[in-house]
Design a protein around this ligand. Structure first.
Ligand code: FAD
Length: 393
């Protein structure tokens, strides 16, 4: 391997974890992040055992453990009545089955443990305020250029710059994310203020036509992370911008008063319009490739976009390590290994989004199935997803 670093655009979950996975293999990275300060919105993230396996391999799982939660189950409720529909076991059951826990965390805590590990590594250089705008080859190296005219040289350029990826635009200018007709509003609520049902150690999912709500404890149980997903005809300007609490509550009017009362405790909400683009024709060209949301944005109804970014990082790092001499080959192998799995997760997530918002007879049929089917059996449908541990790369 040449002494030039791997250039990674974006220090989100994908970029940070790729840099760590490369460093563990002795490969240097230069992380180029457009923001001057790294921070995270007040929001949570669920991490299935496939994701926590990677965090363990990156050496950060033990740092995240005291900050995160390990919910006992996913509790599904009818949104209008609050009636209990299903209990899908997590906790010890999932840990035993897959050898790694299902965790829930505040995004700032996940980012902090990844960033601490990045800063401790002599093989990772984190350059803030570098907005990748383009790139070219100089015959030997790939040269990333910033929007204000800076240049930096590397062996490969990996676009880990999220759903609005500038690197993707350079490769596939016409590939724009398609609006999915839904908006997600997120917040965190201090646990001390909330009724017992919402403070319990579970992931709660409330279903109703046109909307669903998910909540789970973060920060070692001190806060409850909430996401409310509603149908919305027109996408919003911006990504993660502030939204009035009254505006969120107005869209959740049909929900049970118990849930609405709980959500009324939130003071600050942020909103993300959700996008569901068609698959890209390819994830790389020559020495420039994509990963994470830049390559394959995933609707959040399966809580797996971050999980796929972590799996991507472990896979790509291993392939770059194995492709010395022809590093660009790592990208084509990466796509061959990852595309089908990611497509399956995208499809499953899309289907969950439809199922969550069913109305009328289809909703009754869904609820009956949820009431009657054993939770443990329902969880087995996801063995293909949670059973990933990187051994087969
Ligand atoms: C409402 C919602 C709920 C979700 N819940 C979950 C969940 O529970 N579990 C889960 O696993 N996933 C979840 N996801 C998905 C998950 O958040 C994403 O898949 C994940 O954050 C993608 O990580 P990334 O690093 O690819 O992109 P990002 O997190 O978007 O990071 C991209 C980084 O690149 C930087 N950047 C952008 N452009 C440039 C540029 N030109 N130059 C340099 N830097 C640049 C950005 O500043 C950012 O730091 C959810 C998503 C949403 C919207």
């Amino acid at each position: 391997m040449t002494t030039r670093p791997i250039l990674v655009a974006g220090a989100g979950i994908a970029g940070l974890s790729l840099a760590l996975a490369l460093a563990r293999r002795g490969i240097a990275t230069r992380l180029l992040e457009r923001r001057a300060v790294l921070s995270e919105a007040g929001a949570g993230i669920q991490l299935g055992p496939n994701a926590t396996h990677v965090l363990d391999r990156l050496g950060v799982a033990s740092r995240l453990a005291p900050l995160s939660g390990r919910p006992e189950a996913i509790m599904v409720a009818a949104g209008r009545s609050g009636a209990h529909l299903a209990r899908l076991p997590l906790g010890d059951a999932i840990d035993r089955r897959f050898g790694s826990p299902y965790l829930v965390a505040h995004r700032a805590d996940l980012q902090a443990v990844l960033l601490d590990a990045v800063r401790e590594s002599p093989l990772i250089e984190c350059v803030l305020g570098f907005e990748v705008a383009g790139w070219h080859h100089d015959g030997v190296a790939v040269v990333a250029t910033s929007s204000d005219g800076k240049e930096t040289h590397g062996t490969l350029l990996v676009g880990a710059d999220g759903i609005w990826s500038a690197v993707r635009r350079t490769l596939f200018p016409s590939a724009m994310p398609t609006y999915a007709g839904k908006m997600a509003a997120r917040t965190v609520i201090p646990t001390a203020a909330v009724p017992a049902r919402f403070a319990s150690n579970v992931t709660g999912v409330w279903l109703s036509p046109d909307a669903h709500v998910v909540h789970y404890p973060v920060r070692a149980g001190q806060e409850i992370a909430v996401v409310a997903v509603v149908d919305e005809a027109v996408p919003r300007e911006g990504w993660g911008g502030a939204i009035e609490a009254t505006s969120v509550l107005a869209r959740l009017i049909g929900f049970s008063p118990e849930l609405v009362g709980f959500l009324g405790l939130a003071t600050e909400w942020r909103a993300w319009s959700l996008y569901d683009p068609a698959p890209l024709p390819a994830w790389s060209k020559d020495r420039v490739g994509l990963m994470g949301d830049a390559a394959h944005p995933i609707l959040p109804f399966f809580a797996q976009g971050g999980g796929m970014a972590l799996e991507d990082a472990e896979t790509l790092a291993r392939l770059i390590e194995g492709a010395a001499g022809r590093p660009e080959q790592a990208f084509s192998r990466f796509e061959a290994l990852r595309r089908e799995r990611v497509l399956r997760v995208q499809t499953a997530s899309r289907a969950n989004g439809k199922t969550f918002h069913l109305d009328g007879f289809p909703a009754q049929a869904r609820d009956t199935t949820l009431r009657l089917a054993p939770g443990a059996l329902m969880m087995r449908r996801y063995d293909w997803l949670y059973g990933w541990n990187g051994d087969a790369i």
